[in-house]
Design a protein around this ligand. Sequence first.
Ligand SMILES: [Zn+2]
Length: 169
Amino acid sequence: MSAGRTRRVLLWLAATDATFTRGRLQGREVLVGKCIHCNRRQTIACDGEPLSRATIEHIIPRNHGGRDTVDNLAIACAACNIGKGHRLDLRAFSDPTLQRVIATLQERRRERRREPPEWLDLPPWPGEQEEGESEATGDVGEPASTGAQTATSRSGRRGRGRGARKKDR
Ligand SMILES: [Zn+2]
């Protein structure tokens, strides 16, 4: 996932999670909420930049076919996300422990689910993108009206950090 895409997904996940409330941190407007696992505080700037160690958690793991959808994703702190990945994701899908954790997280995500708040200027959901998919066919959910963004996303995909980052400035 590119940095821009990650930010947009994080912003969407905070926007659709009722534990995230509007706050301020060092003069910036932020969303402050809870890790889906441990409830530790997570802070996301209103442009999606994670100001804590917030990461994107796949509730059904990617290696088991979990998709990049609003329902299958949640915000988790890095420690929880990595811990779950190591302990659980490589088990067989039928593993009872893995199944129980998935069910718990799905329920929690449902309970926390809300419509994005009106005050938040939320860009469109970035849509689904397979990791390692070389040539995007334009079905990534970009609305047709944002053709101007094509150059940006193309350089972001090609540039391995350095080139893309410099262009941001
Ligand atoms: Zn956590």
